[in-house]
Design a protein around this ligand. Structure first.
Ligand SMILES: NC(=O)c1ccc[n+]([C@@H]2O[C@H](COP(=O)([O-])OP(=O)(O)OC[C@H]3O[C@@H](n4cnc5c(N)ncnc54)[C@H](OP(=O)(O)O)[C@@H]3O)[C@@H](O)[C@H]2O)c1
Length: 298
């Protein structure tokens, strides 16, 4: 199979390109400035910007399947402001779907996120929700994934949590009680690859999460434990969220905007964990504590 992974040089993209390549497929990673060193040996790269149709549509020629991983992080305020979410997620997906349709690509796997909803509480979730609508309304055979946060080597979530929660005392909104269901990248990519290969996943929306639900405070505790440190989370009432924002905003290189702060107050867990559609039992999946090689939070 000839597969185009849009966003294939990113965190999840690199693992997925490797998985697909190991399964014997011809794989091309599309990005704005792809560095061949960012993809495994044997994976091709193509240059293109999903917000500029003419720059990227050629990469879709001759492909059987497209996986769209292009996105902005929900955790950092984008350069150019929050309107960029709409431009990249919704506009970029429109261009990818159009290019797939025009080049006769059969299969389209769309990476979304838990809580994606055109009426959602953040720019990220609204634009992701609209992007899902674009995919569902298209002529391609689609599959949509909505993962919780993904961890593994190269991920930003644990590092981000460490920045947000300095050792000893960390002020987090709502006491860090927002719930996440972290999923290990090496558990996720075989599911993405199966969806790219198998017709049985066409027309499905999969909510995927890891084996356990952890609060942000617990993620912080595990991350600090892995560094031989401890952290005590201070509850910050919602009304004082702006104070936390100011504190976070004062950390150099830490562009946490209001939208991103809001996203840390939205639970990120599955209603039903659809990993079973890929033959996984939740208990088979890697926990964050196992990955970090620390004792779990009880
Ligand atoms: N990581 C998580 O915890 C998580 C959780 C839930 C859902 N997801 C979703 O999973 C997908 C992949 O996430 P990730 O963490 O792997 O993202 P990532 O590391 O930020 O990678 C994004 C990729 O998209 C490319 N890209 C960005 N803007 C582009 C543009 N305008 N045109 C073409 N390529 C562009 C980037 O390369 P260049 O910058 O070089 O162009 C990079 O290859 C996203 O849809 C994300 O929303 C991730």
């Amino acid at each position: 199979m000839n597969v185009l992974v849009a966003g294939g040089t990113g965190f999840i993209g690199q693992y997925l390109c490797e998985e697909l390549h190991e399964r014997g497929h011809d794989v091309t990673a599309l990005a704005r400035e792809p560095d061949p060193d960012d993809v495994p040996e044997g994976v091709e790269t193509a240059m293109g910007d999903v917000t500029a149709y003419d720059s990227m549509e050629g990469a879709f020629e001759g492909k059987d399947t497209v996986v769209n991983l292009v996105a902005l992080s929900p955790l950092f305020e984008p350069k150019g402001g929050n309107e960029m979410h709409e431009k990249i997620h919704t506009g970029g997906t429109k261009n990818c779907v159009r290019a797939a349709e025009e080049h006769g690509v059969d299969r389209f796997v769309q990476m979304s996120g838990l809580g994606a909803d055109p009426d959602g509480p953040t720019h990220y979730l609204r634009s992701k929700g609209r992007a899902e609508g674009v995919v569902r309304d298209s002529d391609v055979d689609w599959t949509i994934f909505r993962p919780s946060v993904v961890f593994g080597d190269g991920a930003e979530f644990v590092e981000f949590t460490l920045k947000l929660t300095p050792p000893v005392l960390a002020p987090l909104p709502g006491g860090g009680k927002t719930r996440f269901q972290p999923l290990y990248v090496e558990d996720l990519v075989p599911m993405l690859a199966d969806a790219a290969e198998d017709d049985e996943h066409v027309g499905e929306i999969y909510e995927t999460g890891g084996p356990e639900v952890l609060t942000l405070a617990e993620v912080a505790e595990l991350a600090r434990r892995a560094r031989g440190q401890s952290v005590r989370v201070l509850p910050v009432p919602m009304a004082l969220a702006g104070v936390g924002l100011t504190v976070a905003g004062s950390i150099p290189g830490f562009p946490l905007g209001r939208d991103q702060y809001r996203s840390l107050q939205v639970d990120n867990t599955t209603d039903h964990n659809d990993v079973d559609a890929f033959g996984y039992d939740e208990d088979d999946l890697t926990t964050l504590a196992e990955y970090l090689d620390v004792t779990p939070v009880i």
